[in-house]
Design a protein around this ligand. Structure first.
Ligand code: COS
Length: 385
């Protein structure tokens, strides 16, 4: 379907697709097997200026928005969700600085991020603060001109590999979610170390570790926004970023669908290619329809975010929820269309199915997305009365 993308947006799509085909597809199975971090691919993305897509021109970026980022993320995800997770999580980690950072903080960090010289990670989740983001235990205590951070963040994408970490810690426990604050912490700061790299079911090319803060002292100026704004920083960050997870869903579903069609045209049973059977055609028809619906929603929400709309929580959650549920269904159906072959590592769809599962979990489970949408509906309908 024609989404009436601008010439520039088409160029971004074509560039990301070319990198995906030439640099990612040939190595994705190996990265999945070894869990090696895709630094070579990150360097190519950096040389192609893709890290700067969503960063304003005044800070060294290309000054584009959520739609351009989503288009790039979709194309990378079509090839490998592990690689695209590294790229998308970099944006997630950058949003707190972009949305709430001071001009000094932006000048200090954004040009290197835009150039792909420094990778970023976002540290919110903890052992007892997953869906319940307000349950953060990590603390930041002000002492003179420094904050002292103590606590452990869990399952942090890009952990260990990133140079810059935007994290949430409690500065005043008595205030509940209003007692959280956001900070930027650099790799190499004394008292800041990493736990072991997690061994995951999917997105194995991406790195996931603990962040361990043991009396880690950072300058007072490293606070992002004001004290007590941390929960809002986290929520607004997720509002900006969840559509990107939707774009990941569109990409991986598209990749799996194309593999299934290719296979169904070649595979002969009962004397005919299996694509000629109505049972298979109906599955492919449902897959194609739901992918197109996902893409339409993701692009529409990305445009809505880029319009500068103030509250995008509901729409962002809707796009993440819908497109990632579709991704799980489509990747599973791609394995089914391909039967025994789909289950084998010789073909990429079993990896796509394993990879897709995380999309329904990270950046808020799809149950949390439904809560966010439900709460927004209650607010809207209460207002109207
Ligand atoms: N934008 C701005 N403010 C927001 C907000 C948003 N999107 N969402 C919540 N807030 C504000 C609320 O208005 C409320 O403010 P007041 O204290 O002034 O009333 C405050 O934040 C607390 O909100 P709420 O009561 O809704 O918080 P809950 O503890 O019930 O949690 C959910 C809300 C479940 C939505 C939140 O914890 C969440 O998103 N969890 C999932 C976290 C997640 O995605 N984790 C994945 C890891 S990060 S990769």
């Amino acid at each position: 379907m024609d989404y009436f993308l601008s010439e520039e947006q088409v160029m971004i799509r074509d560039l990301a697709r070319q990198i995906a085909e030439e640099k990612i597809v040939p190595v994705r199975a190996e990265l999945d097997e070894t869990g090696e971090f895709p630094w070579d691919i990150m360097k190519v993305l950096a040389q192609s200026d893709l890290f700067g897509l969503f960063i304003p021109e005044e800070y060294g970026g290309l000054g584009k928005g959520c739609l351009e980022l989503s288009i790039a993320v979709e194309e990378l995800s079509r090839a490998c969700l592990g690689v695209s997770t590294t790229f998308a999580a970099n944006a997630l980690g950058t949003y707190p600085l972009l949305l709430f950072g001071t001009d000094e903080q932006k000048k200090k960090y954004l040009p290197d991020i835009a150039a792909g010289k420094r990778l970023v990670a976002f540290g919110l989740t903890e052992a007892n603060a997953g869906s319940d983001a307000g349950g953060t235990q990590t603390t930041a205590r002000l002492e003179g001109n420094e904050y002292i951070i103590n606590g452990t963040k869990q399952w942090i994408t890009n952990g260990g590999e990133a140079e810059v970490y935007t994290i949430i810690a409690i500065t005043d426990r008595s205030k509940g979610p209003r007692g959280a604050s956001a900070f930027v912490v650099e790799k190499g700061t004394p008292g800041f170390t990493f736990g072991k790299k997690e061994n995951k079911m999917g997105i194995r090319a991406s790195a996931t570790t603990e962040l361990i803060f043991d009396n880690c002292r950072i300058p007072r100026d490293n606070i992002i926004g004001k004290e007590g704004m941390g929960f809002v920083v986290a929520m607004k960050t997720l509002d900006s970023s969840r559509t990107g997870v939707g774009a990941q869903g569109v990409g991986v579903a598209q990749g799996a669908f194309e593999e299934a069609v290719k296979f169904a045209k070649q595979r002969v049973q009962f004397g005919h290619p299996v694509i000629t059977f109505q049972a298979v055609q109906h599955m492919l028809a449902d897959m194609a329809t739901s992918i197109e619906a996902s893409r339409a929603l993701v692009y529409a929400v990305a445009r809505f975010i880029d319009s500068g709309a103030k509250d995008v929580s509901k729409e962002s959650a809707m796009s993440k929820l819908f497109a990632t549920d579709v991704a799980m269904k489509v990747t599973t159906d791609a394995v089914q269309v391909m039967g025994g072959s789909g289950y084998m590592k010789e073909y990429p769809v079993e990896k796509m199915m394993r990879d897709a599962k995380i999309l329904q979990i990270y950046e808020g489970t799809n149950q949390i997305q439904r809560n966010v949408i439900g709460q927004a509906l209650i607010k809207e309908f209460t207002k109207k009365k």
